[in-house]
Design a protein around this ligand. Structure first.
Ligand SMILES: Cc1cc2nc3c(=O)[nH]c(=O)nc-3n(C[C@H](O)[C@H](O)[C@H](O)COP(=O)(O)OP(=O)(O)OC[C@H]3O[C@@H](n4cnc5c(N)ncnc54)[C@H](O)[C@@H]3O)c2cc1C
Length: 396
């Protein structure tokens, strides 16, 4: 009898591996849909997560939609003074129309997980997944426990063990990004300046983001093209007047536009960084994590309610493909911005083009889509090409 009760206790409709924004979003959505859900994380929350923690308007809107609320103002430093830099030189300062909200993942991720647990999700923190048995739909935890799932959602970040199970490795080492970051001690207020350097590394960028208790400084770039990112970080810290010896620099992989075209198989779905859903141009991943986590849970719900959990991936693929379209455009714009024929134009646009500044922040705010931005770039390119025959006529 006790054995039977235990076996029932270890059976879940949905098991979510990873309790970051993608995992908490998947768990709360599936739970609200009436499913029996467990969430597993190898760490105990609150936990640190390397991240610049700029929460875009889109991220907060998705959070509100999935979790029905967002953390209060005490979690964020809201600023609107922005500087664009180019290899350490300031090329443009201005005041953004939108407030940029900066926080700490240590706090916000915990806040999100607490809401998921409050909704009824079974909580397995400080527990590591060690093995997936796809045939029997079970996972084994490092402490030896076996849990049964109908649908398994891998939301376990860039080094996903669920992704490794599916594809033999969590990401492609030729296309993955890598980031180095530190928290420099500084108490910032809302008048502090946020800066982004678009030419300290290519293709990639550096950031200096003010926070309530510190300044987050980092660089991110495609890993293969930048094997010496450590020395780039040293130079960047120097240009930001930070003594390297006084800070603790840490590194993490970031899938900069490097997504899995088929993020799952049958009853197994990947969401967030595990699915590679990070914008290759801006590095934004939190909004994608929340949105894809919720989509994975909706797909799981459809599959389970029709008694066909093995079709979960078929339900999920068209939903997650909407993100792939956006990331493809971001990758194309990145190739444009960092490709040698357009590099000077990109700098000029950052320096002087008010529409481009506005679009950049409209994008972060969630008020503009990549389709709008690409259409605008194409229009500009087309008009330059139209002028070409005349220019050639006069230069002959
Ligand atoms: C340096 C840096 C700066 C960034 N800055 C920004 C930014 O400013 N704004 C933005 O929008 N995005 C930013 N991103 C991207 C953003 O951090 C990610 O896209 C986001 O964290 C993805 O969320 P997630 O839930 O998919 O994964 P994560 O937040 O990584 O969560 C994964 C969870 O899975 C757990 N886990 C891993 N393996 C196991 C296992 N075997 N068993 C159990 N649990 C496991 C981990 O402990 C972790 O809690 C940045 C990324 C980096 C690296």
């Amino acid at each position: 009898m006790e054995k039977e009760t235990n076996s029932r206790a270890n059976k879940f409709d949905v098991i979510v591996v990873g309790a970051g924004p993608a995992g908490s979003s998947a768990a709360i959505t599936a739970q609200k849909n009436g499913l029996k859900v467990a969430i597993i994380d190898k760490q105990a929350f609150p936990r640190n997560k390397l991240c610049a923690a700029l929460f875009s308007g889109r991220a907060l809107r998705s959070m509100k939609c999935v979790f029905s609320s967002i953390p209060d103002d005490s979690y964020f430093l809201n600023i609107n003074s922005v500087t664009f830099k180019w290899g350490g030189t300031t090329i443009r300062n201005w005041t953004s129309d939108h407030k940029l909200r900066l926080s700490y993942r240590h706090d916000v991720d915990h806040w999100l997980l607490k809401l998921a647990i409050k909704s009824g999700v079974s909580d397995f923190q400080k527990v590591q997944l060690s093995k997936i048995d796809e045939e029997n739909c079970t996972i084994e935890l490092k402490d030896g426990r076996i849990l049964h799932y109908n649908v398994l959602i891998g939301a376990d970040g860039a080094n996903s063990i669920v992704g490794r199970h599916l594809f033999g490795r969590p990401f492609d080492p030729n296309t993955i990004g890598f980031a180095l970051e530190t928290e420099a001690p500084e108490e910032c207020d809302e008048n502090a300046d946020l800066s982004i350097d678009f030419d300290c590394v290519r293709p990639g960028y550096g950031w200096s983001f003010p926070k309530i208790k510190s300044r987050t400084i980092g660089v991110a770039a495609l890993h293969k093209a930048n094997p010496k990112l450590k020395s780039t970080m040293s130079k960047y810290l120097h240009s930001e007047n930070i003594q390297e010896k006084s800070v603790n620099v840490k590194g993490a992989f970031i899938p900069l536009g490097d997504y899995h075209k088929l993020p799952g198989r049958n009853e197994i779905l990947l969401a967030g960084d595990a699915a590679g859903l990070v914008d290759g141009l801006t590095g934004e991943g939190i909004a994608y994590a929340i949105e894809s986590g919720a989509k994975a849970a909706e797909a799981a719900t459809s599959a389970i309610s029709s008694n066909t959990p093995c079709l979960a991936f078929e339900y999920y693929l068209p939903l997650v493909k909407e993100h792939h379209k956006e990331l493809d455009i971001a990758n194309r714009i990145r190739a444009f911005a960092y490709g040698w024929p357009f590099r000077k134009r990109f700098r000029k646009a950052l320096e002087t083009h008010p529409t481009m500044h506005k679009k950049f922040f409209d994008l972060l705010e969630g008020n503009a889509s990549y389709c709008d931005i690409e259409a605008q770039i194409n229009k500009k390119l087309l008009s330059s090409l139209m002028k070409l025959p005349n220019m050639l006529k006069y230069t002959r």
